[in-house]
Design a protein. Structure first.
Length: 745
């Protein structure tokens, strides 16, 4: 029996039998084959999409088990997750040139190929996972599943202003959800009309029911006003639901945008203080709270102030002038409060960021603080920041309280003025007593949203300062330039080079002098030098994490700044001096950023590095819980995790910064010999170290001193040169000492 199985994208990619759902036994190699061909298909359509992006899509799939889907359905899901604005469909009719390139899957799901061209005699030119080209005849193609997958990338118009600031992103998100605010305004209009029911009910009771004792009329009016109150309640609930759902969608989109920006910021462009940086990121919550609070309700109610005043004019004529005169006074108070608060909000925001930064820095470095007895110093800094912050907050609260109190007093004065003037109008026969009571109720309703504007202005001032901090983050240089098309080469050979590259951490200190350097594929290079000589800076430039202050860095002859960061990370493995692990399990830390390695691959790599000892000694094995920062593991164990991750990833280039600094000699020898033995001869290795024992594993040594290369060549030649240099310096120092002693005598 044939059944139609739609994907979550709503596309019926094929008819499949129940037996064909045996795809849940497909191995990781099959996933790699599918993902690789999808990446090639995207590249053929001039869209660079790294391989692991398709792997990430399968991991984030929700609903039925992803591996239970047939291969063609999985291909569609992966494609639509990678290209949400794309399209995917099965070509059931004859295949022609305009449909190419296309993905073809055999009927038994065992073969998958990329159809790249059509032959003159009617067949098709296809390429498999290994890059081997074969010919498919028309009958064979029609017997399988042919998927047409298009990225449908929409080019931005040249005249359109790019979204580059936090303010632009918020406006963009609000425009996307403008229907929410239109519906909210409609609901507010209905609420405003229904709110008049109680006022007119009161007026009719005083003017008609009481004088005539019309109890039947009272019953009808009471039922009517109760229906109005019920409808108003329903409209309030509906408006709250609409706005909350809209704000939730905006929050989810923008939080992803800002966190993605944090992840995309270049390492060399990050602010110096991590804690203050984290405080700036938290500013998003302040802007979000401003958007998702009752602020939107106040903004929706404010335009209807004039509507209520118009109703008062229709009922009581000139009495409408009273709330109309109070209206600009209330607005002026709010603007004055804004002016006063703006003088302190910037300092308050800066103080809050510093306090948050100090808290994060203290928690993260509490061990170092305790080890030197620095608790009193940190406590003193905390108290000083708290004092300054409290003073600013007190000034802001005082200004807010004064503005709020004045606004409430003006509302009371407006009510009193309405009653006093209305009493005169009643006694002179201009309006009825019921009209006076109704107008007094409506006047309070008219000024109520204006009174809340004061508090809204205060919140907006805080949000405005928070936006400045977010704008600073958005302005930082990122790994990828959205205005440029990034390059993703077909392969990586592992050729690294620097062209007159320099780097400075600060404007007045040069960490790396102009350096031109080439490391060929398969070379094993050791970088040595004293502390502060520039070793770590050099390998960070080679890894692509840092951008040269001047000059350029290349991978296989292509400027790394023009390459897709995903391609560079995939093929350049970089291990830092202090391997940082993240909260989760050992397995999660080992496979982070990798396209779904199997447990067998993980265990094989762990056996090669010696990490298997830790895995076997813990009852949970790969499920070993890891605390934040890797606390609970020794420095050597953390380095073993990092090296194991390198072996699993199998990058084309390994860049290691003191990879065995926390290991003993025996473990170091075991790990490094196994690591080098497991790597392919074509793998390029760059190793920064202070240990002479590791230099036995390299075939080239670079010696650094004061940010410059002072020696470069074969290990024996460099060591001989360095020995001669040291010997010459010793002789020179001895001669100077002898000459000095002779002169003294």
């Amino acid at each position: 029996m044939m059944t139609s199985k739609p994907t979550s994208t709503g596309i019926n990619v094929m008819n499949v039998s129940e037996e064909q759902l045996r795809e849940n036994e497909i191995s990781s190699n099959d996933d790699l084959e599918l993902n690789t061909l999808l990446a090639r298909l995207a590249r053929l359509q001039n869209v660079a999409m790294p391989l692991h992006r398709f792997s990430m899509a399968s991991e984030n799939f929700s609903g039925v088990n992803f591996m239970d889907l047939p291969r063609a359905a999985r291909a569609v899901e992966l494609w639509m997750n990678a290209f949400p604005s794309g399209k995917a469909y099965q070509q059931d009719e004859s295949l022609s040139r305009e449909h190419l390139p296309a993905l073809w899957i055999s009927k038994d799901y065992q073969s998958i190929k990329l159809i790249k061209g059509a032959m003159s005699h009617g067949g098709f030119l296809a390429e498999d996972f290994n890059g081997e080209v074969a010919e498919l005849d028309v009958d064979e193609v029609m017997d399988g599943y042919t998927l047409i997958l298009r990225p449908k990338i929409i080019e931005q118009k040249e005249s359109a202003r790019p979204i580059s600031s936090a303010r632009d992103w918020f406006l963009y998100a609000l425009r996307k959800k403008k229907s929410v605010f239109i519906e909210s305004i409609f609901a507010t209009a209905m609420m405003s009309v229904l709110a008049l029911a109680s006022s007119f009910y009161t007026m009719q009771v005083y003017d008609r029911v009481i004088p005539s004792q019309g109890y039947s009329t009272l019953t009808v009016l009471t039922v009517g006003v109760l229906v109005g109150v019920l409808l108003e309640l329903m409209m309030k609930q509906l408006r709250a639901f609409i706005v909350d759902r809209g704000c939730k969608a905006i929050d989810q989109e923008l939080s992803g945008v800002f966190f993605g920006q944090v992840l995309d910021i270049r390492m060399d462009a990050r602010p110096r203080s991590v804690g203050t940086f984290a405080g700036q990121i938290k500013n998003f919550e302040m802007v979000r709270n401003f958007m998702t609070s009752s602020t939107l309700f106040v903004l929706a109610d404010a335009p209807f102030v004039l509507f209520f005043i118009a109703v008062i004019f229709a009922v009581a004529g000139w009495l409408a002038l009273i709330p109309l005169l109070f209206l600009p006074v209330v607005i002026a108070i709010g603007l004055y409060a804004k002016w006063r608060i703006s003088r302190y909000s910037g300092e308050q925001m800066d103080g809050a960021n510093k306090k948050s930064g100090l808290l994060i820095e203290t928690i993260d470095g509490i061990e170092a603080i305790k080890s030197v007895g620095g608790e009193w110093k940190m406590l003193g800094r905390w108290n000083n920041l708290t004092k300054d912050l409290s003073e600013n907050e007190l000034k802001i609260r005082t200004s807010t309280m004064q503005a709020t109190s004045l606004t409430q007093s003006l509302q009371q004065l407006c009510y009193i003025a309405m009653i006093a003037a209305g009493a005169y109008a009643v006694t002179t026969g201009q309006i009825t007593q019921g009209a006076l009571i109704a107008c007094s109720i409506i006047s309070n309703r008219a000024l109520s949203p204006i009174g809340q504007i004061t508090g809204m202005i205060v919140q907006w001032q805080h949000a405005k300062e928070a936006l400045k901090g977010l704008d600073d983050i958005m302005a930082l240089e990122c790994d990828r330039d959205p205005t440029h098309d990034l390059v993703i080469p077909e392969t990586c050979w592992g050729n690294l080079s620097l062209d007159a590259a320099t780097f400075s951490y600060t404007d007045d200190v040069v960490a790396l002098a102009p350096l031109t350097l080439t490391i060929k594929p398969g070379e094993r290079v050791g970088i040595i030098g004293s502390v502060g000589s520039g070793k770590s800076t050099l390998i960070k430039l080679l890894s692509g994490l840092y951008k040269p202050s001047e000059g350029r860095s290349f991978l296989d002859g292509v400027d790394m700044m023009q390459m897709a960061p995903e391609f560079v990370r995939e093929h350049l493995g970089y291990l830092t001096q202090d391997v940082r692990l993240f909260h989760g399990t050992l397995r999660e830390n080992l496979v982070m950023g990798l396209p779904s390695p199997t447990d067998s691959q993980i265990l094989a790599a762990a056996a090669a590095t010696g990490l298997n000892v830790l895995i076997q000694s813990h009852p949970k094995g790969l499920g070993l819980p890891i605390m934040e920062g890797g606390r609970g593991l020794s420095g050597g164990q953390r380095q073993l995790v990092g090296l194991t991750r390198m072996l699993i990833a199998k990058p084309k280039v390994l860049i290691l910064d003191e990879p065995t600094a926390s290991m003993d000699n025996e473990l170091e020898a075991y790990v490094m010999q196994n690591l080098f033995a497991k790597l392919a001869p074509t793998t390029t290795i760059v190793l920064a170290t202070h240990k002479g024992s590791l230099l036995k594993l390299v075939n080239r040594v670079i010696v650094m001193a004061q940010g410059k290369v002072i020696a470069d060549g074969r290990p024996d030649d460099v060591m001989k040169k360095m020995t001669e240099t040291i010997k010459a310096r010793s002789q020179s120092v001895a001669k100077q000492k002898t000459d000095l002693e002779s002169g003294v005598s």
